[in-house]
Design a protein around this ligand. Structure first.
Ligand code: ASP
Length: 320
């Protein structure tokens, strides 16, 4: 019988009202799980629930928290066949992307899930998410970091939050779901990655990189762009459409060219603000100019994937 580790890190799923508004409260999950007899059924994989405190509204998640979660998974890897991470929805795609790059060599499922409505709410979507995520983590052997939400298992570093009230809160603009869950669980076997060589025994990191996301907007000034580029190891430039950028007059491009060709160059990656599609730095003059200024195409990566990938590349990850 497989064993699943459920790590609770925060989010609406385990929140309750406070005088300041909704905040994570450790008792919510404990109380609710104790009242779910279905979790004790023999066809639900054995699971162990742990709170990884501090429980956070995911708006407060920072790179140090991605590392904290990654280390917790690495430390428990030998004991479990799969992991479920209960996480807020607001930055779930950032954490899922970061984990996918940090957990190199992953051989088992790591499934992030959460809810639009707290487990305290009579119509919570969290209940089904917890049950199904435990089943997926314990039975499917998908060796990937995924997000399970509203009947769909998405590749974590391909997903984006698309709605803040609909139960269908996540989508993956450039990749079909890895599995769809209805009366049956249908896994898209052809999309599933091969298992890695195994996680390292521990993770050590050398330095805290400075990576920045900048969503391009009409009226972006050179002063602001210079400020963003200054001192950044990497910048994710969220451009329009197929990767276009305001190139009239050339001032913004000059600022980028200076940064990418400096003695300590800044890596600038071009990803689209669109939910689906591919950056193509060859078609328009307004995107070709970025290539000429030393900008790397992020092709079809989400902004979250590009940001966390840059972060992990600069992190000087040491696998022991
Ligand atoms: N603000 C919450 C969070 O991201 C929203 C949610 O979980 O749905 O933690």
């Amino acid at each position: 019988m497989s064993r699943v580790c459920v790590l609770h890190v925060g989010g609406t799923i385990g929140m309750a009202a406070s005088p300041d508004g909704l905040v994570p409260q450790r008792e919510v999950l404990e109380r609710y799980l104790a009242s779910m007899p279905e979790l004790q059924r023999p066809d639900v994989p054995k699971h162990h629930v742990e709170l990884l405190e501090p429980l956070l509204d995911s708006a407060d998640m920072a790179p140090a928290d991605w590392l904290r979660i990654a280390k917790a998974i690495v430390a428990r890897d030998a004991e479990f066949d799969g992991f479920v991470v209960l996480h807020g929805t607001d930055t779930m795609t950032h954490t899922a992307s970061a984990l996918s790059f940090l957990l190199r060599g992953l051989r088992k499922p790591v499934i992030l899930t959460g809810a639009q409505l707290s487990l305290e709410h009579v119509r919570t979507d969290g209940r089904e998410h917890i049950v199904t995520s435990i089943i997926l983590a314990g039975t499917t052997k998908i060796p990937e970091v995924c997000i399970y939400f509203a009947d769909r298992l998405l590749r974590g570093n391909r997903a984006q939050k698309i709605h803040n009230t609909h139960f269908l809160a996540f989508d993956s603009g450039n990749l079909a779901p890895l599995a769809t869950v209805g009366a049956r669980i249908d896994v898209a076997d052809h999309l599933i990655r091969k298992p890695g060589a195994g996680l390292p025994i521990s993770l050590k990191f050398e330095r805290e990189p400075q990576v920045v996301a900048l969503r391009v907007f009409p009226g972006l000034s050179r002063v602001l762009l210079d400020t963003v580029l200054e001192g950044a190891d990497g910048v994710v430039l969220e451009t329009y459409g197929a990767g276009t950028f305001p190139h009239r007059g050339g001032a913004l491009l000059e600022s980028i060219r200076r940064a990418t060709s400096a003695a300590q160059p800044t890596v600038v990656v071009n990803v689209s603000q669109c939910h689906g599609g591919v950056v193509d730095q060859a078609t328009y003059a307004s995107s070709r100019a970025l290539a000429d200024a030393g900008v790397v195409s992020g092709v079809d990566m989400t902004p979250e994937a590009a940001l966390t990938k840059l972060y992990c590349l600069f992190l000087s990850l040491i696998h022991i």
